[in-house]
Design a protein around this ligand. Sequence first.
Ligand code: ADP
Ligand code: ZN
Length: 730
Amino acid sequence: MSQPPPRSQSRRIRCVVFNAALGPLDYKVPAHLDVVPGQVVVCPLGPRQILGVVWEEDRLPSADVPEHKLRPILGVVPVPPLGAPLRRLIEWCADYYMAPLSAVARMALSSTAALQGGSTVTEYRLSGREPGRLTPQRAQAMDLLIDQQATIRELAEIAEVSDGVLRGMVNAGLLEPVTVDADRPYPAADPRHAVPELTPTQAQVAGRLVEAVAARRFVTFLLDGVTGSGKTETYAEAIAAALEQGRQVLVLLPEIALTQSFLARFEARFGVEPVTWHSSLKSSERRRAWRAVAQGRAQVVVGARSALFLPFAALGLIVVDEAHEISFKQDDGVRYNARDVAVMRGYFESIPVVLASATPALESLHMAASGRYERLVLPSRFGGAGLPDIRILDLREQAPERGHWLAPPLVEGLRERLAKGEQSLLFLNRRGYAPLTLCRTCGYRFQCPNCSAWLVEHRLSQRLACHHCGHEVPTPRACPECGEPDCLVACGPGVERIADEVATILPEARVALVTSDTLTSAAKAAEFVAQAENKAIDVIVGTQLVTKGYHFPDLTLVGVVDADMGLEGGDLRAAERTYQQVAQVAGRAGRGEKPGEVLIQTRHPDAPVIAALASGDRDAFYAAETEARREAHAPPFGRWAAIIVSSEDEAEARDAARAIGGTAPRLDDVMILGPAPAPLSLLRGRYRYRLLVNARRSSEVQKVIRQWLEPFRFPQGVRVAVDIDPYSFV
Ligand code: ADP
Ligand code: ZN
């Protein structure tokens, strides 16, 4: 038997350090420490310290530093090492999406607090002591902090006062400290808390999922079920199976706004809420969740795409709900698609992955058709509810009144539902009041100073706002160009304007506006759901936020205000996205006992996607779209990559883009377009040029791009971003 190598020889380690500009670095391990791959360590870097993750030496090339020059690591962070499957996932992402390994690894260590010691935090809450006379700020805090408990910093945000005000209140005894165990366990989910009786079809599908969870093997399911078919109830059985095995589950949702209704349903099924993970968690909540995940104590995590990189100790199942949603694609930093990364994580972890959707991405259907995904179908709605009737409203024949946006039959429909006490929903995927504001006198148009985009009027907040960079100005009374007062005209509709129109036509209707501007918190989302369920709302007017997830039994009419909007712009997925959005929002109608009706307003009733929606022929639509993609060498038959070159200096950006274009490789299976100014040629103050790479599926496009860009050294201000499988073509 061979002896283990003497200790001194295995004391050299390779670390991925958290600095995107540096490659892997070698260190040595002092005698009193022990490390294994995946461990988080503190490394010296010049006079400073930096965090790093220990990696397998043979998987990462690094400069050959002689033994005697190695510096010792300073310590080991007391968290479990990142598991081998997660390390493989990080490598895969870095390679596939052409991102620095450290940038991807950092996504796994997404809570700084979790890495720091200290097992208690001090939080504060109102002490209940009677205040004497209060300053206005203290009075405000007393109001807003009822039932709240958090750190001073977090309470200050909730109460909208400074930390100082709250510290004063602590000293006055109005707020009291509470010592909280930072790692207190989450209540346990009970897989058998309330098991629904599944329909035979649901049971069959659930059985297949449960079997796969038990087998602990990698398989990707496409759970393809019409809206209201009970996809959630069905995959809940697979979650229960994983829990019974003591394994963890990750459920990815496309939008935080959706979590609220999901949490309630989860609690009804499993007795407790799941652990949540998204960008607006407080840092103490992040810490608690991260550590519970890493120690295997968090049973089910429901999160946004970033949850995908959490260091699960014993992952047994991944579910991606509404898997077709484009918000799973991250468009800055590491530009990954969470749906695809979820499948890769399942592969490395050897566990099943469920992609659930009523309108799967064409790529996913193609994977199913070619046998790489297993397709499971729920063809009908639960409880015998039929799918809604869909009618096309040709706006060229049935024009709305001047200055209005709703055609007479849709107005009639709204009126009828109101009279019957039923609910309606109007969908328009545009926030604000109007997408463009101009001066009647001189023609001046309000444009963003940082972006090539118009400012959108938000009448509720009385502002003009850029939807790309967030730039905002109060809506002026006079034209800034010619000085004429009261001469500004709003052009085109946004949801706020549609809500106004409904209020004019049906003054007695209770209208709810649902956009990311109005549902700004989980509490507001919950309030909206409660009001809709209690029939305190007659008409919902909303953006894509209302297209999915909601289940309101009395909602019987859906109006799509402008089905053509998404088709402009020539994006390769424009038709597919329009189909998905309209089909999803149509899926909100008639989910209860009363039948639903959908009216689609369009100027292009003959466009294939509109015709397919009208006839409800999904297969025909996908078949036609598949052929169009095949001809265009678009995904899934070919691949795209975008190279975006940007700088605050227009000439610098252009020169860099031209230089790149000048050395474009000439290959049979790769076509390169550009450089050209990007459609959004100015974004957040940066001028942007774009090159598009279209390649055959089989080509090694990342390798080609890497070799192509490798030799370039650009001025400091130039950024070159590569977007593999882009969704956004602006
Ligand atoms: P989908 O996610 O496919 O749109 P849902 O899971 O939201 O469908 O189901 C639609 C509605 O039907 C929900 O209110 C759900 O609770 C209910 N439902 C579905 N299947 C069952 C079942 N087997 N027993 C009881 N209720 C069910
Ligand atoms: Zn802007």
